[in-house]
Design a binder for this molecule. Sequence first.
Ligand code: NAP
Length: 224
Amino acid sequence: MKVTVFSQISIDGKLTLGDGGSSKGLFQRFNDEDMRFIHKFRGEVDAIMVGRNTIITDDPQLTNRYEGGRNPIRIIPTTSLDFPASAKILNSPGQTIIATTELARDNSRVEQIRAQGKEVLFAGATSVDFKLLFPILEARGINHIMVEGGGQLNWQIFNLDLVDEIILMQLPIIIGGSKTTTLTDGEGYQDIAMTKSFKLHTFEERSNYNLLHFTRELELQGAH
Ligand SMILES: NC(=O)c1ccc[n+]([C@@H]2O[C@H](COP(=O)([O-])OP(=O)(O)OC[C@H]3O[C@@H](n4cnc5c(N)ncnc54)[C@H](OP(=O)(O)O)[C@@H]3O)[C@@H](O)[C@H]2O)c1
């Protein structure tokens, strides 16, 4: 499975404005051409994944609306299944897979989501085990997934060494805020040998932002 982390970030690595805020504020800085770039990429991957908090704060459609191409399959990991039945990923056409855990087996939301025509898939005991989930997805022909955050989900994907490339649309702004979501949150590393290394593949200065493309640099990896 090829995994691309794809994000709109600030210079200081923030994904949003304020604690628990929607990232839609950031999008005011992007024009139609920039949006087309995002949607074109969505049309090139097989699936797109965001965490449950992103569904709550942003209520995204996660579709490819600016380009005529196909839509990626939407995949949302969540143990709680605690997001509104009105969420766009449940109510817009296209495939959505809610990936959850054994803890949710008796959750009444499972049948509600299925009744909305979307799939619930169990992969993990107490949290979704991506090393279990990804081969299941691959067996269905999903070979390239883009992970669009937020910071908690990204942390897990990086921590499990699953990321092949990172594409950042970096706005030339500083947001600040110690509680504001960054590209990766989670526990973080205290040991340099544990950090994940990436190589700058291309850099492009665009009118509203800088486009940074990193690829995984496994040989620089210390402990792994
Ligand atoms: N600028 C951008 O490109 C961008 C993109 C996306 C999001 N954002 C911003 O990021 C913020 C949200 O980020 P966040 O870090 O708070 O949350 P998040 O990563 O979007 O979601 C975290 C939640 O996802 C679920 N989850 C993640 N990994 C899981 C696993 N292995 N197993 C089971 N559930 C899992 C959990 O839900 P349960 O509690 O149900 O288990 C967890 O609480 C928002 O402010 C949003 O606007 C920005």
